[in-house]
Design a protein around this ligand. Structure first.
Ligand SMILES: [Ca+2]
Ligand SMILES: [Ca+2]
Length: 327
């Protein structure tokens, strides 16, 4: 049978384990039968170690085996700890390397960010200066705009005043033109009333003063105005009315009658002319031409056609003023 305490194989029928001293329960059959004798015999036949030594040896063996297993467990545990420590160190080393790399990267990023920040700060300073300059310019422009607006308002007011004045002047000019037209009519009527009528034949007896004959339009550009050519009976659109090879002004300057087809000189009668000194004569056959007979030399000075009474008045004022300029 097996000892329940030390698990040692012991012969059946023993009341005590010979290895550990554990008492056994003795069955009645084995305790009081004839079979008890063989068991005792077996026990006797077996080498019987001393009981204390056996127990002590058994305990020592168990302690040794326990120590043995404990030692191996300890060694295994140490190995595991060592491996774990190596793993931890390796991981720490790797982590440290990663941290160093990350720190280097972070340091580079920090330097880059710092440089970028410094540049941004510089740009910001520049932008602030530019903004300040722009604000200053804007304020200056605003002031100029305000001044320009004020100037514009002032000029607008001045212009409006000038427009008002221009309207007044325009109205005054219209009034003056009406007055002038009325005055010209009155002067024309006065000349017609005061002038001495003279025939085309008789006026040719009065020498022509070759001055004052170029006032106004000159269609053929021969030096005689269109009105003067009407008064002289020449063609205002033909420089040589009598076809004698000399233009109308040249004929007149040399005493020839530029309207005469006979190409002859004027039939000047100075005595007749002197009789009309200081008077206005009106030759009615050639557009009511008015002439002033100058008192000093008895020559006739063209005043104009009475259709233009105002011009006639100016000419008469000129010739009667005593002034003989370059007209
Ligand atoms: Ca002419
Ligand atoms: Ca001629």
């Amino acid at each position: 049978m097996i000892c329940p305490v030390c698990n040692s194989q012991v012969p059946d029928g023993l009341s005590v384990c010979p290895y550990c001293g554990q008492p056994f329960a003795v069955s009645p059959t084995s305790a009081a039968g004839a079979s008890a004798t063989p068991a005792v015999d077996n026990i006797k036949a077996m080498p019987q170690p001393a009981m204390p030594e056996l127990v002590e040896k058994h305990h020592l063996d168990r302690a040794i085996r326990a120590r043995h297993w404990q030692r191996w467990f300890f060694y295994g545990f140490i190995v595991l700890l060592f491996l774990a420590a190596i793993g931890i160190i390796v991981n720490m080393n790797n982590a440290n390397s990663d941290l160093i790399a990350k720190m280097a990267t972070a340091d580079q990023n920090l330097q880059s960010t710092t440089a970028s920040l410094n540049k941004t700060t510089t740009d910001l300073g520049t932008s602030q200066q530019s903004l300040a300059t722009t604000k200053s310019q804007l304020a200056d422009m605003t002031a100029k705009y305000t001044q320009a607006q004020q100037d514009l308002d002032a000029k607008s007011a001045t212009l409006q005043s000038m427009i008002t004045q221009s309207t007044d002047i325009s109205q005054q000019l219209k009034t003056a033109q009406a007055d002038s037209s009325a005055a010209a009519g009155n002067i024309r009527a006065l000349i017609l009333r005061l002038a001495v009528p003279i025939s085309n034949q008789n006026i040719a007896k009065i020498p022509v003063a070759v001055t004052g004959l170029n006032v106004g339009p000159d269609s053929d550009n021969d030096g005689l105005s269109d009105q003067a050519e009407i008064a002289l009976g020449t063609d205002a659109k033909n420089v040589d009315t009598n076809h004698n090879g000399h233009n109308d002004l040249q004929d007149l300057t040399n005493g020839y009658d530029p309207s005469s087809t006979s190409k002859s000189k004027f039939p000047v009668d100075q005595k007749f002319a002197n009789g009309l000194k200081g008077k206005i004569v009106l030759e009615t056959q050639r557009g009511n031409a008015a002439w002033y007979i100058y008192p000093q030399n008895g020559e006739r000075y063209f005043l104009g056609l009475t259709a233009d009474g105002y011009a006639a008045m100016r000419e008469m004022a000129y010739w009667t003023s005593g002034y003989k300029g370059t007209q």
